[in-house]
Design a protein. Structure first.
Length: 363
């Protein structure tokens, strides 16, 4: 959910390996599984930072991928249920559904399925991302396929070849082979209108999106204030210029900083990963420190010190993956979503692929 799979530039265990591109696909052993990544049309010198597949967060729950490939979830269990058995190379969570990517590239989903969000299509996938009521997957040929709720067109991806995909609440975004971002679905606040530029990662949130530029800077677009919703306090519809939602009827005042969350205003500096949540965002700096911005009422934008290799921002909480394989979460823990289980979670599924000038894929 909300690109619960944050992007990272860390290579797979064992360092970089030059392996020739075979039939338009790149196969690299990562941990206990094999990730197949379409690289045949990447522009020379452009890198793609694969999703950090070991930790995923949604509104009220979280999931992690153990080093053995087993998926374990915690937090709000209604609807989400128990994950399937077997070995997986990635996990992603939606509002009340989740999906896992098997070692054979098959996608398996579980949880609430009233809109088909837990009914994954057949095919061999390289990456997956679950949104609020939908999910999207990147096929090994670079095409995107989505399923589930489609009231805003968020499950109707454009044609063409991509190298990464992120499903948000009512919109989705993906990274083209040339590094430009393309989004589709709900665009009421500009969250599906990305800026120009060359990106290496993209993350679709609730009503905003963020991307990681080639120089490591984070750029976000969409709504940068407080939106109305079932989880938020009402705001004053008569307070002109305060970022209020006119459709809400209340006399509660809306004053900064509550109305101006800054969820689409990331800090400066070089990052290797970005994750757009509902009301905040987080990024992974080059030294492994996590920096967050936006709404922080529950401490979800106040990360602990120390180095991480992945981060995933949700609604009221955030989780990160430590170098040693432990997951640490912060923010609201009402449903236990910020209390991860003990154990070692996968750290070897993080790698970067580059199409070199001699047309070989290096990861």
């Amino acid at each position: 959910m909300l690109l619960a799979l944050a992007m990272t530039a860390l290579p797979a265990a064992g360092g970089a390996h030059d392996i020739p591109d075979i039939a338009g696909r790149y196969s690299a052993h990562a941990g206990d599984g094999t990730a197949k990544v379409h690289t045949s049309k990447l522009e020379s010198g452009l890198s793609w930072r694969r999703a950090a597949a070991a930790v995923a967060t949604d509104k009220l729950s979280s999931c992690g991928l153990h080093a053995s490939g087993r998926i374990e979830c915690w937090g709000w269990a209604i609807g989400l249920g128990v994950p399937p058995t077997g070995s997986f190379t990635a996990v992603t969570t939606g509002f009340a559904h989740a999906c896992g990517l098997g070692i054979d590239g098959r996608v398996e989903c579980w949880g609430i399925n009233d809109l088909g969000q837990a009914s994954a299509p057949t095919g061999t996938f390289a990456d997956i991302s679950a949104g609020f009521w939908h999910a999207c997957g990147l096929l090994t040929d670079g095409q995107i396929e989505c399923w589930g709720g489609n009231d805003h067109g968020q499950a109707s991806p454009p044609t063409g070849t991509f190298i990464a995909v992120s499903a948000g609440d009512g919109h989705s975004c993906a990274l083209r082979t040339g590094g430009n971002v393309e989004c589709w679905g709900d665009d009421e606040y500009g969250q599906a209108t990305p800026p120009t530029g060359t990106f290496t990662a993209v993350s679709a949130g609730a009503v905003h999106s963020c991307g990681l530029l080639t120089d490591g800077q984070i750029e976000c677009w969409g709504y940068d204030r407080r939106e109305a919703g079932p989880f938020l306090d009402d705001v004053d519809p008569t307070a002109a210029g305060q970022g209020q939602d006119p459709s809400r009827s209340t006399t509660a005042p809306c004053v900064a900083p509550l109305c101006f969350l800054g969820r689409a205003s990331p800090p400066a500096g070089a990052f290797t990963a970005v994750s757009a949540g509902s009301l905040h965002g987080c990024g992974l700096r080059t030294d492994g420190q996590v920096a967050c911005w936006g709404f922080n009422e529950h401490g979800q934008a106040s990360p602990p010190a120390g180095a991480f290799i992945a981060v995933s921002a949700a609604l009221w909480h955030t989780c990160g993956l430590r170098i040693g394989g432990e997951i640490e979460c912060w923010g609201d823990d009402y449903f236990g979503q910020a209390s991860p289980p003990a154990g070692t979670f996968a750290t070897a599924f993080h790698f970067m692929c580059v199409l070199q000038a001699e047309e070989r894929s290096a990861c």
